[in-house]
Design a protein around this ligand. Structure first.
Ligand SMILES: NC(=O)C1=CN([C@@H]2O[C@H](COP(=O)(O)OP(=O)(O)OC[C@H]3O[C@@H](n4cnc5c(N)ncnc54)[C@H](OP(=O)(O)O)[C@@H]3O)[C@@H](O)[C@H]2O)C=CC1
Ligand SMILES: O=C(O)C(=O)[C@@H](O)[C@H](O)C(=O)CO
Length: 278
């Protein structure tokens, strides 16, 4: 089972659904990532701050999936935003993963109070030129952060990975991404701690199409044009979260799920203008 790829603004293909790896660590973490690869995931989402790049690399080797079939993403932490720190950080990520390149590297959070995300972006641009990172992007960037790095470097991120689930559907930011040619990627795509599985539009669609509420939400993500990266340590859920092509939500069903969005819909205090994560 697999979901078609999408094409990024740099011409590269990204799998339509990815596998989130936070907080999978240790032997159980390796086993969960191996299982995800066996089930058919090809996009793996890790980060320096997840402290599991070694486990992800080990899972890749144990799975036997050829490297060129995989799309491995990692993320630069706030404490590495200085140019030289960012370069060293990417080399260290590659070392821990046991890989010679990343398919996508993201600035994890803008950390505006530090005000070095433009410098970090310049480093990623250079690392892409050197071939260590194939595509470059950002995470948790607002319209203003996006406009600034584009204005100051002339390089548009391929991806912005942001909080996106039915209680926080990111209507305005998705429109910004469309205008700028940036692929939206959804973190906590199922809503994690506040999964909206029993909300009427989700439950009704699950009943109608004979699928799970999780599948309805992930199908909604695909129909919004985003790339969701659900995490599951359970093989049945890993499989279900990739099995999204047997049904199609109507426009009204999609809109009803989007209408679950609310002003206080964030999962935690993760406003990128104020949230600091080093
Ligand atoms: N860039 C950023 O700042 C951030 C990035 N991320 C990334 O996004 C990924 C996914 O986000 P995450 O926060 O884990 O949230 P998700 O929305 O993916 O939810 C994961 C939770 O939902 C459960 N679950 C998974 N599938 C189903 C299903 N079909 N039905 C019911 N429950 C299900 C999982 O449990 P179980 O494992 O038991 O199946 C787990 O508890 C992370 O792993 C990470 O890679 C996350 C937060 C911030
Ligand atoms: O998972 C991520 O990528 C994060 O940035 C998390 O640390 C997230 O900020 C979180 O879960 C905070 O509780």
């Amino acid at each position: 089972m697999s979901v078609p790829t999408r094409t990024l603004n740099d011409g590269r293909a990204i799998p339509g659904v990815g596998f989130g790896t936070y907080p999978l660590t240790g032997d159980d973490g390796i086993a969960a990532v191996v299982s995800a690869l066996e089930v058919g995931y090809r996009l793996l989402d890790t980060a320096v701050n997840y402290e599991n790049e070694r486990e992800v690399g080990e899972a890749i080797r144990r799975s036997g999936v050829p490297r060129d079939e995989l799309f491995v993403t990692s993320k630069l932490p706030g404490r590495h935003h200085g140019y030289d720190d960012a370069v060293a950080s990417v080399h260290a990520s590659l070392e821990r993963l046991g890989l010679d390149h990343l398919d996508l590297h993201l600035i994890h959070w803008p950390n505006p109070s530090v005000d070095k995300y433009v410098e970090a972006w310049r480093a990623l641009v250079d690392l892409r030129e050197q071939g260590l990172v194939r595509s470059i992007g950002v995470s948790n960037f607002t319209e203003a952060h996006l406009e600034r790095i584009i204005a100051e470097t002339g390089v548009t991120p391929a991806v912005n990975q942001v909080e996106l689930h039915p209680y926080f559907p990111q209507r305005e930011l998705r429109a910004v991404h469309e205008r700028l040619g940036i692929q939206t990627e959804s973190w906590s795509p199922l809503g994690k701690r506040q999964a909206p599985f029993t909300e009427p539009p989700v439950a009704a669609a699950a009943e109608k199409y004979g699928v799970t509420p999780g599948q309805v939400i992930l199908r909604w993500q695909l129909q919004l044009g985003s790339v969701p990266i659900p995490k599951s340590a359970t093989v049945e859920r890993q499989r279900a979260n990739l099995d999204l092509l047997s049904f199609d939500l109507t426009g009204d069903e999609t809109e009803a799920i989007t209408a679950l969005g609310r002003a206080d819909g964030r999962l935690f205090d993760g406003d990128p203008d104020t949230h600091e994560e080093m």
